[in-house]
Design a protein around this ligand. Structure first.
Ligand SMILES: Cc1ncc(COP(=O)(O)O)c(C=O)c1O
Length: 474
């Protein structure tokens, strides 16, 4: 199911709070601020929810109302809001050197962070190319792949295989790789050469493989081989996949999936790009998502949790093998971003990784992930909850009209129930999370890595209340 303006506006469309009270001039947010992925007309006659402050797992709006941030902002704020030591690390760096580019120069925090990421990343992923965010990291990875094959004498290899409904960013290359048709349609034609294969949604697996996860995984991975053969192996440069696919509602990989994907990539000399913009930096309880499932990518793309969102930063981490031809003779990778590897962002990323160690955040997720799953799975007793899926601290709860047949809501029902009720009611109940209908309708939750049972219970109870009420509207 799709809608002309799906995604985040489902979270924000239904806010009915009071007008914020400000001293002096009080501008209306919608007058001049063009919110991202937002149906702006929805704010013609009501205020935009405005978040002013955060502390730990909670945020406060401009009316002073408190919400549990059950999405870590946007899968970003791993360490929690309001961490003094992160703010301080930024202030110290800003005083010392607020900005310098990494175009033919280095600065100490970029050097130190690159070194640390290379040490943390699996296998020979040892070269770090910084950007300002996730889409730019994806863009970088595709360009690395294209130039790599030109450098090694295979100039025809430029295409990309990615998965249905997957989101990889909005710049024109990353958008071309993205598999969400309504996000792409207004901007066609996009960068040519990207092709879709099925994702790993086991809940809606084709009947022939719906009885066994492993067989489903083999089937889904084999579709990548099929696409490579259909396009011609001499034309395919890379496969872009997330460890757990976000859009569509948290699809973990079935057992054996990544083993087979790696094998296919090796057979056809195609790069395996693990898009970990969400899944890296502890979201799944490991530093990188690939480590959770034991596969070796050629490139990891990352952003979001690297700084816990205190400052923007992205990183594409590239293997020695792929870097090798770039390090020779007069070869240049003619690509970069003014703010890539920003000194303040690198400083806060280092402080964030220190905090990960000091507070054993990965260990916290590992110790509590089963409890999180078990708590969310209690919701399966509700008639509207069809599936609870995900891994680590990253879950999607699929809403259905009929649990037995798995029948989903049509566009009108989704508009009425999801947008018209669920997303607004969740917010009103003091729970900030995400109702997403880029695929079948899901509610997504991704709490901070500091969270424990108390936060899980609050999420479950608020969801239970709102989803029970929503069922009365079906
Ligand atoms: C898997 C994935 N790739 C890329 C992106 C794009 O990241 P950004 O919004 O930082 O450009 C996202 C954003 O959510 C993402 O989830």
């Amino acid at each position: 199911m799709t809608s002309p303006n799906p995604t985040l506006d489902a979270v924000t469309d239904h806010y009915q709070g009071e007008e914020p009270v400000h001293e002096g001039r009080s501008p209306n947010a919608a007058d001049h601020l063009w919110m991202h992925f937002t149906r702006m007309s929805g704010y013609a006659d009501k205020p935009v929810p405005t978040i002013e402050r955060g502390e730990g797992a909670y945020i406060w709006d401009s009316n002073g109302k408190k919400y549990l941030d059950a999405l870590s902002g946007l899968f970003v704020v791993q360490a929690g809001h309001g961490r003094e030591e992160l703010a301080e690390a930024m202030a110290v760096q800003a005083r010392k050197l607020a900005f310098f580019p990494i175009w033919s120069y280095a600065h100490p925090t970029a050097v130190e962070l690159a070194d640390r990421l290379a040490a943390e990343a699996p296998g020979d992923l040892n070269k770090v190319f910084f950007s300002s965010g996730g889409g730019e990291s994806v863009e970088t990875a595709w360009k690395v792949a294209k130039q790599y094959f030109k450098l090694i004498g295979k100039p025809g290899k430029y295409k990309v295989i990615s998965r249905a409904i997957a989101y990889h960013g909005t710049t024109q290359g990353a958008l071309s790789i993205t598999g969400v048709p309504p996000f792409k349609a207004p901007f066609e034609p996009l960068v040519p050469g990207s092709h879709r294969v099925p994702n790993t949604n086991f809940y809606r697996a084709p009947q022939l493989v719906s009885h066994d996860e492993k067989e489903f995984g083999r089937w889904a991975a084999d579709r990548i081989e099929e696409a490579i053969l259909a396009e011609g192996p001499d034309s395919v440069a890379a496969v872009f996949v997330e460890p757990v696919q976000n859009a569509g509602g948290c699809f973990p990989p079935p057992p054996g999936y990544f083993e087979r994907v790696r094998e296919i990539c090796d057979t056809y000399d195609v790069l395996l790009v693990s898009d970990e913009v969400i899944c890296a930096y502890g979201r799944l309880g490991t530093m990188f998502g690939a480590q959770k499932y034991g596969y070796q990518p050629d490139i990891i793309t990352s952003a979001k949790g690297l700084t816990s969102g205190y400052s923007p930063l992205g990183a594409a981490i590239i293997s020695d093998r792929i870097f090798e031809p770039f390090g020779k003779g007069n070869t240049v990778f003619p690509h970069g971003y003014t703010f890539g590897g920003h000194p303040v962002s690198c400083a806060v990323a280092l402080a964030n990784l220190d905090l990960f160690e000091r507070e054993d955040l990965l260990g916290n997720v590992q110790r509590n992930e089963n409890a999180f799953r078990t708590t969310l799975e209690k919701l399966l007793d509700l008639p509207i909850v069809g599936d609870v899926r995900g891994d680590g601290y990253f879950y999607g709860i699929e809403l259905v009209k009929d649990k037995n047949t798995k029948e989903t809501f049509d566009a009108a029902e989704s508009e009425r129930i999801l947008r018209g009720y669920v997303s607004g009611a969740l917010y009103e109940s003091g729970l900030y999370c995400r109702a997403d209908d880029r695929g079948d309708p899901v509610v997504q939750v991704a709490p901070m890595l500091t969270s424990g049972q108390e936060v899980f219970d609050e999420i479950e109870q608020k969801l239970r209340h709102v989803l029970s009420e929503a069922w009365k509207l079906v």
